[in-house]
Design a binder for this molecule. Structure first.
Ligand SMILES: [Zn+2]
Length: 199
């Protein structure tokens, strides 16, 4: 699905308008000039790591966390060779797609492992204090993957229609009961999450 959206983003403006988001990468010189150099990158989704968190809210916050690492990059102004990297969202989309990085690969590009952590997927997702432009999103659907490999296993989906949730499993569509609507889902298979911007 993500690949399809990337393809659509190349040729169809509406896909960019709906899902398009911008990430701003900034290198701050650690020399005497202290100047920032920024690069804007455009995406149709965010791929976020889950290895240090079991909560999607925290995983998204970690995605935009300034790195403590010192990068070796020569400053164009003062020639200093070290800088620090930070990342922030420059433009939030009207529909936020998050892909959880459950799959890891070896140096040959072969699937090495799948992380089956039980993730908490909140119904309401907030972009947090680090954002200059904080937003609130509401979960409208999620695709889950069950099985070991990305090209095998089984995909299902949870879909919200107004305030009623349904589980879609091939031809079986069942209403999900006993949901705490102020909370969220726990899922070992949550893979792609779809959040709509709240007004
Ligand atoms: Zn400098």
């Amino acid at each position: 699905m993500i690949t399809l959206l990337d393809k659509l983003g190349e040729v169809e403006k509406p896909a960019c308008d709906i899902f398009g988001c911008t990430v701003v990468n900034t290198l701050s010189c650690l020399g005497k000039c202290g100047k920032d150099r920024s690069l804007r990158e455009h995406y149709n989704h965010f791929s976020i790591n889950i290895d240090s968190s079991t909560n999607v809210q925290s995983s998204l916050a970690n995605y935009f966390k300034p790195t403590e690492d010192i990068l070796h990059s020569t400053c164009e102004t003062c020639g200093h060779g070290e800088s620090r990297q930070s990342i922030r969202c420059g433009k939030w989309p009207s529909v936020l797609l998050l892909q959880l990085n459950r799959f890891s690969y070896d140096c040959n590009g072969n699937l090495a492992n799948k992380d089956c952590s039980n993730m908490f997927v909140p119904f309401i997702l907030e972009t947090g204090r680090r954002s200059k432009d904080p937003r609130k999103y509401k979960l409208s659907g999620m695709i889950e993957h069950f099985g070991k490999g990305i090209s095998s296993g089984h995909y299902t989906a949870k879909v919200r229609r107004k305030d009623t949730w349904f589980n879609c499993n091939d031809s079986l569509i069942d209403e999900i009961h006993n949901i705490d609507r102020s909370s969220g889902f726990y899922s070992v298979g949550a893979y792609i999450l779809i959040y709509n911007l709240e007004d």
